[in-house]
Design a protein. Structure first.
Length: 528
């Protein structure tokens, strides 16, 4: 070893691993404090979450589809975890650099934080306050790293002193001097700052707006109560109404937007004669209707879970657009949400008699925060990504030529009617049952057309007609069941639906991208 460094000789420094640990923990401490500050000012501007959201937006569609189909709704924690791991690896490498080139190493720690700051600053909803968490992260991270590396240097200098025995390079893990204890205490301190800041920040970010004080208005026209479902008779079939807390959730938000009703406004503008805005109170005073609608995600694979059915309460979008006076030439309504999502819906689908809603109620309750509180769009017959904007705040009348929404910019379809689909809920795939009577059951949907018939077949044999559950309108799914006298062996069950126009669900396999999956759902079971 030579003294190429302007500082102490390499032989007097603790091993690289200590430096890597130091900058890693210092960066974690910085990010923890940044997360805490974000929890107070703007959770989505937390360094890790801002980078995570930027990664989501920058991820090519096929990769995102793969992630959704592989990880399901765990894709978010996995993304945040990956961002954290990659950042900590880079932070650790910065420590290795800092061992010899202190300024450069610390600068890398600073750059990591500044990248997070830049990510926060370029989010669609960024404001001046979004810069604070990244700034705090940079300052805390660099100062903590500088401090910790100083502790290491002093340890190295002390142990290089002939009086205190061999240098730490050789004895880093074994000499048990008080210097080592000091270093470990410093490391534990940084770890504690990271964990405490991150933990408190996380609980702040999770505390969403309360919907408790919202009293839903009485609808101008009410629906009959939802008819009886099959779930009590057919064990394992999806319930006719999906409870709010079991309803699937798909969105790009890493933090559930905290939207209070106080500052919230819905604006209708663009190519209209009379643009206007409504407060939440004003919205609630408009005549509302109830509607049973099955919502479906375009990313739902054949047989997948991203479909749910609820009774929605809201104002027909048509009423709002008529009040604004949509001008000639408009072909899309471009909606925006409080957290910066943009979604485009064909004007026609919002104006015709399907009764697309600006919904405020879901199954008799205010919208839960994850499902768009205080108001969202629900468009019967269209996949959610082109008609179900959550945390809705703006409807702009415009044209597809003028404005491109988030998913359209990622090459998804612009107009995406839901395909006729059917799903076997029971028996479960690869389950085992005793030979004899088995009830096969599930759901089928063909929003805007309605389900006429559901058929099941075993091992590619003849199609048998299933019995349908009650009907709650063409925009709502139908439950179905079929009694099977199951013989021993391994069997494949398949299902297909026919809509009320007479069209049979296509067998042709199609991926969710770019306009929804098609094909027949099948389940393999073993009968003993
Ligand atoms: N603001 C916002 N709204 C959104 C999305 C989103 O990412 N952000 N995702 C859409 C998609 S892809 C679907 S399928 C539905 C899902 O609604 P849910 O989570 O209430 O089931 O919301 C839609 N509305
Ligand atoms: Mo979706």
């Amino acid at each position: 070893m030579t003294t190429t460094s302007p500082q102490t000789a390499a032989t007097q420094r603790p091993a690289r691993g200590w430096y890597a640990l130091g900058t890693l923990l210092a960066t974690a401490a910085g990010a923890g404090v940044g997360h805490l500050v974000a929890g107070f000012v703007a959770p989505e501007s937390s360094p890790v979450l801002a980078v995570g959201s930027t990664v989501i937006d920058a991820t090519p569609t096929p990769v995102k589809e793969w992630a959704v189909s592989t990880f399901g709704t765990a894709d978010k924690p996995i993304l945040v975890g990956s961002v954290t791991v990659v950042t900590l690896i880079l932070a650790g490498l910065a420590g290795v650099v800092a061992r010899r080139r202190r300024t450069l190493g610390l600068a890398i720690v600073g750059v990591l934080a500044v990248l997070a700051l830049a990510a926060a600053a370029t989010r669609p909803t960024a404001s001046a306050v979004s810069l604070l968490p990244g700034f705090v992260t940079a300052v805390v991270g660099v100062l903590a790293a500088g401090w910790f590396l100083g502790v290491l240097d002093r340890w190295g200098a002390a142990s290089a002193d002939p009086a205190s025995g061999a240098g730490p390079d050789r004895t880093a893990h074994g000499d048990g001097t008080s210097g080592r204890r000091t270093v470990l205490a410093a490391a534990a301190g940084l770890g504690a700052v990271a964990a405490t800041g991150g933990g408190i920040g996380q609980s702040l970010a999770r505390s969403t707006a309360s919907t408790g004080d919202v009293v839903l208005p009485t609808p101008a026209t009410t629906l009959e109560p939802l008819p009886q479902g099959l779930e009590e008779m057919v064990r394992g079939v999806s319930s006719f109404r999906t409870p709010n807390d079991a309803f699937y959730r798909i969105d790009t938000a890493l933090v559930i937007p905290r939207v209070g009703t106080d500052g919230w406004k819905l604006t209708v503008d663009g190519m209209v004669d009379n643009p206007f805005s409504l407060t939440f109170e004003e919205l609630l005073k408009l005549p509302m209707i109830e509607k049973d609608i099955t919502l479906t995600c375009v990313s739902n694979e054949v047989g997948g879970p991203y479909v749910g059915s609820a009774r929605w309460l809201g104002v027909p979008v048509r009423d709002l657009l008529e009040r604004a006076g949509v001008q000639q030439g408009v072909d899309q309504i471009f909606s925006e949400s409080t957290e910066g999502m943009t979604i485009s819906t064909p004007l026609q689908a919002l104006m015709d008699d399907r009764d697309a809603l600006v919904a405020v109620g879901m199954n008799g309750k205010p919208l839960p925060p994850v499902h768009g509180f205080p108001a969202r769009l629900v468009t019967p017959g269209l996949y959610g990504f082109v008609g179900a904007t959550k945390w809705l705040t703006k409807l702009t009348a415009t044209t597809y030529a003028q404005k491109t929404a988030y998913w359209t910019g990622k090459d998804w379809a612009t107009d995406a009617p839901i395909y006729t689909e059917s799903r076997i809920d029971t028996p479960k795939p690869l389950s085992t049952a005793k030979a004899g009577k088995i009830v096969v059951g599930g759901v089928a949907w063909a929003q805007q057309r309605g389900i006429e018939k559901v058929e099941v077949r075993v091992d590619g044999g003849d199609w048998a007609e299933a019995k349908l559950g009650n009907d709650a309108g063409i925009d709502y799914w139908r439950q179905w069941y079929w009694e099977w006298d199951a013989p021993a062996g391994r069997h494949t069950l398949e299902v297909r639906a026919t809509d009320e126009t007479g069209e049979v669900q296509t067998e042709k396999r199609q991926t969710p991208f770019p306009k929804g999956a098609t094909g027949w759902h099948s389940v393999v079971v073993t009968i003993e």
